[in-house]
Design a protein around this ligand. Structure first.
Ligand SMILES: *Cc1c(COP(=O)(O)O)cnc(C)c1O
Length: 403
């Protein structure tokens, strides 16, 4: 199926750029990919598209694609009803969209599949990125799949599994004694001097498009209706911004059964909550917090260049930006893993914490349809899991436990 991409557009002032050339940012801020949705509306049939293979490429008319798609099998992720967790929280309709099933165990695969596809199409030979975690593994895997070199810069405190998985997939991995901003500076140096293709969050426009497919998929799975509330663990924000873009595109395509859009809740941890502060202070840009500490590595983003895009979407939706207590994350993980058998990552645990507060404060009603995004698998967080090992019995069965 042909893609209906028309051009690229600056998110700050609407300046247009041709598609098919290398473009990164405009005035240091992100670019949107724009589509000819009027034409697509005439030619692409919603109910034919749903007969295609159940993966994210069924939405290819609304994705930028090169000559050859680089894929590891980006399956449609299940939207799992959570009846036991719902009873525990006192709500009626609760779902978790389980993104942990994607290649390399996180939703970062969606973004990298499209970004690496485009990097190949634009003639890149080496891709590079700064990352706090899962994006490094995903980039390394898709670069390997495409036959590209990959260079990954991580702060030295990035999760162990993320460090080794990127190396396992053949990337050159450098640990940097500093924050993610310093890693980003090194990538930009390599881009300027060596021609590396910069995959940094929102510094190329295509990862966002891949993550947008979460919104298309969710709508399709709910019979082309949207839930009342979406809770999304927000770091750099591409997932939340991407979904909001998806809802706009679906509306322009005339594919939604109702005009009802969800309230978007950007969920962070008290250990790093720049968006929450900006939201509460009525600001459009976030300031980096002083001390950043959270086990939810995906939320360890003190300064994202798409902050205003996240805050615009949250406000336009009537949702909110809220932080869950850092020291509660592990217990919210347990709650979901034990009650529902879903491998919940600490980032998504923040959504559970935010939901508890939002219910108590009446910001979410108990009869609403609520969707939480589980952005990665719990198994990727060995530092968190290791704290559980001492609690396991060392040997022998204590039969009395079963009485
Ligand atoms: C990257 C990441 C996030 C944050 O995603 P954004 O869309 O960039 O805000 C959340 N959870 C996990 C597990 C991540 O790896």
């Amino acid at each position: 199926m042909p893609s209906y991409v028309s051009h690229l557009e600056s998110a700050v002032d609407g300046t247009r750029f041709d598609f098919g050339k290398l473009h990164a940012t405009h005035e240091g801020r992100p670019l949107w990919v724009a589509y000819d949705l009027k034409e697509a509306r005439k030619r692409v049939k919603r109910d034919e598209l749903t007969l295609l293979a159940p993966d994210m490429w069924r939405y290819a008319p609304f994705l930028p694609t090169g000559e050859q798609v680089i894929s590891l099998g980006e399956v449609m992720t299940p939207l799992l009803p959570c009846p036991r967790l719902a009873v525990h929280l006192g709500v009626k309709n609760l779902y978790i969209k389980d993104e942990s099933r994607l290649p390399t165990g996180s939703f970062k695969a969606r973004g990298m599949a499209v970004a690496i596809t485009m990097a190949c199409g634009l003639g890149a030979t080496t891709v590079a990125l700064p990352t706090q975690g899962n994006a490094g593994g995903a980039a390394a895997a898709y670069a390997a799949r495409a036959g590209l070199e990959c260079v990954v810069f991580m702060p030295a405190d990035a999760p162990e599994v993320n460090r080794v998985e990127a190396a396992l997939f053949g990337a050159k991995v450098y640990l940097v004694d500093g924050l993610i901003d310093e890693c980003g500076a090194m990538v930009r140096e390599g881009a300027a001097q060596r021609g590396w293709y910069d995959l940094s969050t929102l510094r190329e426009p295509y990862r966002l498009e891949g993550k947008k497919t979460m919104g298309y998929e969710l709508a399709e799975q709910l019979g082309w209706r949207l839930p009342d509330v979406i809770l999304y663990p927000t770091g750099g924000g591409t997932g939340l911004i991407g979904m909001w873009k998806a809802f706009q595109e679906l509306t322009e395509l005339g594919w939604l059964e109702t005009r009802h859009w969800p309230r978007m809740f950007a969920c962070q941890s008290t250990g790093c909550a720049p968006l929450v502060s900006a939201y509460e202070n009525g600001e459009r840009h976030a300031s980096p917090p002083e001390n950043v500490h959270t086990v939810a590595a995906g939320l360890r983003v003190p300064h994202g260049i798409g902050d205003f895009m996240i805050l615009d979407a949250v406000r336009a939706s009537g949702g909110s930006a809220m932080a869950a207590a850092e020291d509660g994350l592990v217990s919210w993980m347990h709650l979901v893993t034990e009650l529902e058998g879903i491998s919940l990552c600490p980032e998504a645990a923040a959504c559970v914490g935010v939901l508890e507060t939002a219910l108590a404060e009446g910001r979410v009603r108990r009869d609403e349809t609520i969707v939480i995004f589980n952005t990665a698998a719990a198994q990727k967080y060995i530092e968190v899991l290791r704290t559980e090992i001492p609690k396991l019995p060392a040997g022998g069965v204590d039969w009395a436990e079963f009485d």
